[in-house]
Structures are given as C-alpha cells and as structure tokens.
Ligand binder design. Structure first.
Ligand SMILES: Cc1cc2nc3c(=O)[nH]c(=O)nc-3n(C[C@H](O)[C@H](O)[C@H](O)COP(=O)(O)O)c2cc1C
Length: 188
C-alpha cells in the first residue's frame, strides 16, 4: 500500500543547499496554517512565526553582523561578518518559530515548548509535501540576546528554530537513523 504522507515521513531529510523558487504567497499561507495546527494543551497558541523573504533577509543579515560584533569578545573577522550578512541569502524563504510560553495553570511550560517543536515540524512537513527542501536550524543567533531583542522577543519567548525553505539544489546522502531496537522498549 502506498501512502503519500507516510512516504514523506519515512523519507524526509534536511536539504542544506536551497535555491529559488521558494513558496508563493499562497503556499506560504498554507504552510503557516499547517504549522499553526498542532496539538496545543489549553489552546494557547504558544508560538508565533516571523517570516523572512526578499530584501528582509539582507537586512537581517546586516543586523546579525552588527550584533555579532557587539556580542563577541574578540572582533569577528571580515569573513565571519560576511558569513553573517549572507546568513539568510542561501534560501528564498526562512521562518523563525518563536516559542511563547504563557503562564497558565494546567499547561506547564514544557508542554508549551513541545507544542512549538510540533509547529516547527508541521511547517517542515507541509513545505516538504509541496516539494520544497527544508532545513531547521538554531545556530548562535537563536540564542543571542541581541538577536532576540532585534526581533522583538519579550520575556517567555524563545526561538525554537529558523526553518529555511526553498527548492532543493542538491540531494545529500541520508544520515544514519537510529535502529528501532535502540529507541523502543515495551512496557511489560
Ligand atoms: C531544534 C533544532 C535545532 C537544530 N539546529 C541545528 C543547527 O544549528 N545546525 C545544524 O547543522 N543542524 C541543526 N539541527 C539539525 C538539522 O535540523 C537536521 O535535522 C539534521 O542536521 C539532519 O537531520 P534530518 O535530515 O533528519 O533533518 C537542529 C535540529 C533541531 C531539531
């Protein structure tokens, strides 16, 4: 029996080299709608999305370079600063998933953070189902106080990841996957 959803889940892997085209506005709306449709204890929507596309990617790269220069003890090399300036230019579209925990009786922080992770993965699966390549990363800038301030994150907000989306420019070999025997036990 073939099943497209199962095939996708069983074959998905990250694509690091991405090219144009990225999702259209309509596809992006579908991807974000899927990302917002995740299990969510007490329906708090404990996540939000920041979309980077077009010239905004360059603007964010310039901010990354400035923030890095302020946050590093040693002045970063010009090569490193260029890397940061280009950081989002390798994909037509990137989406930052922001975990936003709302203190709520009965909905522990852990569960709200898990829901943000689920939003990340739904986003990846939806974009992959449209035929795009995706890559979910955090890197230094997901944890940088300067970057968080630049993006307007408030208390209880954290970056769950940047999901880069585009057309796969190459297919890398798959990585080793865990054997089920290593990760599955049966309660007896
Ligand atoms: C929360 C999170 C953060 C990640 N951050 C990075 C990162 O900063 N750099 C990186 O190379 N991979 C990062 N990864 C791993 C990649 O997303 C990717 O899953 C992995 O490199 C390849 O596995 P895959 O083909 O199953 O996606 C991260 C994964 C998760 C879940």
């Amino acid at each position: 029996m073939t099943n497209a959803v199962l095939d996708l889940l069983l074959q998905r892997r990250s694509v690091k080299l991405l090219a144009e085209p990225g999702p259209t506005a309509e596809q992006l709306a579908t991807i974000l709608t899927a990302a917002a449709r995740v299990p969510d204890h007490k329906a708090l929507a404990p996540w939000r999305f920041v979309v980077f596309e077009g010239a905004a990617r360059e603007k964010f790269g310039a901010a990354l370079a400035d923030i890095l220069a302020l946050e590093e003890k040693e002045p970063p090399s010009s090569v490193r600063l260029d890397t940061e300036r280009q950081r989002l230019m390798g994909a037509p579209l990137s989406i930052a998933v922001i975990s936003r925990v709302k203190e709520t009786p009965g909905a522990p922080e852990w569960e709200q953070v898990l829901s943000a992770g689920a939003a990340c993965q739904n986003l990846v699966i939806a974009a992959s189902a449209m035929g795009f390549g995706c890559n979910w990363v955090t890197r230094w800038f997901a944890y940088s106080p300067g970057v968080k301030a630049h993006l307007g994150l408030v208390d209880h907000e954290r970056i769950a990841g940047f999901i880069h989306i585009g057309t796969a420019a190459e297919r890398q070999p798959d990585r080793k996957r865990p054997m089920l025997a290593e990760v599955v036990t049966r309660y007896q």
